[in-house]
Design a protein around this ligand. Sequence first.
Ligand code: AMP
Length: 214
Amino acid sequence: MNVILLGPPGCGKGTQAKRLQDTKGLVQLSTGDMLRSEVASGSEVGVQVQETIDSGGLVADDIIIGLISNRIDEGDIVNGFILDGFPRTLLQADALSGMLEKKGIEIEHVIELKVDDEAMVKRITGRFTCDGCGTGYHEEFNKPQEDGVCDKCGGTAFSRRADDNEQTVRSRLRAYHEQTAPIIGFFESKGVLKRVNGMADIDDVSAELSVLVG
Ligand code: AMP
């Protein structure tokens, strides 16, 4: 089963995709994570995209479409995937349809996490991740049980994303409304869009998604 999670930065796509990965055996395909790995490795693509990511703009469609297509072709996806952060433009949505048709793959669920923008600024600027296992936390809403120790792996090193500062977050939200929000209508017109209240408690959102995805 293949799923697309839609919604603005901070709506919980990454957190919920990780949970669906753990509970349903789906593979999280996060274009943001792929791009950050490219930047960290110092690859040609990484060098090309770093400035755009730091400014909160969107990376060129052809780079993103290439990353996703190559990732799907790796052949390790057995039970399906969750697209997290892709598609983000109408051109990407169109390219995705064509790409999946060629590969003989179908998307079963397109789910929008509905949230308030102002709450997203607070959510994003307070979040941090365990360096060991990637579990996400928030300094106010979702702290580790023991201060400074990861609940999942016991790690004690955590990081924040460089683009999780207020100025960049506001640019990312603007990019979402200008370039990504029209995609909602694209999927709605195909009759495949479902909505979940992303302002609810993380566990309640997970429970609702789990039922929707089946
Ligand atoms: P994310 O981790 O999804 O918040 O993405 C972080 C940054 O990576 C975004 O602000 C964009 O600069 C870039 N990015 C991630 N996914 C895409 C995409 N599908 N299209 C264009 N840029 C993207």
